[in-house]
Design a protein around this ligand. Structure first.
Ligand SMILES: [Zn+2]
Ligand SMILES: [Zn+2]
Length: 138
């Protein structure tokens, strides 16, 4: 479902849809795990064997530009990508298998007020990502 929407969005932004790009989009759209470009490459190559790594990077870049995917940080520091959240959500990431879960709601106002007071900043926004072990990895 979202793969088709992403492909449509790419096309609307003047991006030609090749089989390689389609393979990349389908892998990332279907994944509930955050994937590194190399993992995307390996998975998508199973569907499309003459896929190049450069195509993976370019397609991910374009999807990120269109806010269809988001970059997440992993404990190792290496960049991985995930379908973007809908609206303001926070991310929970399994540090073992990369499984991603979004959650809503935060009772952080008190904390932010304290931080603002201590630092003199006007806090405008936040981005929150928690690490842990998913149920399967515990
Ligand atoms: Zn896990
Ligand atoms: Zn929040």
């Amino acid at each position: 479902m979202s793969a088709e929407l992403w492909l449509q969005a790419l096309q609307e932004h003047g991006y030609r849809l090749t089989e390689s790009r389609r393979a990349v989009v389908e892998i990332v759209a279907a994944s509930s795990r955050a994937l590194t470009p190399l993992e995307v490459f390996d998975l998508a190559r199973a569907a499309h064997s003459d896929l190049g790594l450069v195509t993976v990077y370019r397609t991910l870049e374009k999807l990120e530009e269109l806010h269809l995917i988001q970059r997440v940080h992993q404990p190792g520091g290496c960049q991985a990508f995930l379908a973007a959240s809908q609206g303001h959500q926070h991310l929970l990431l399994c540090q073992h298998c990369g499984q991603a879960t979004f959650f809503e709601g935060d009772n952080l106002d008190q904390l932010f007020a304290t931080i603002a007071q201590k630092t003199g900043y006007v806090i405008k926004d936040h981005w929150l990502q928690l690490f842990g072990l998913c149920q399967n990895c515990q």
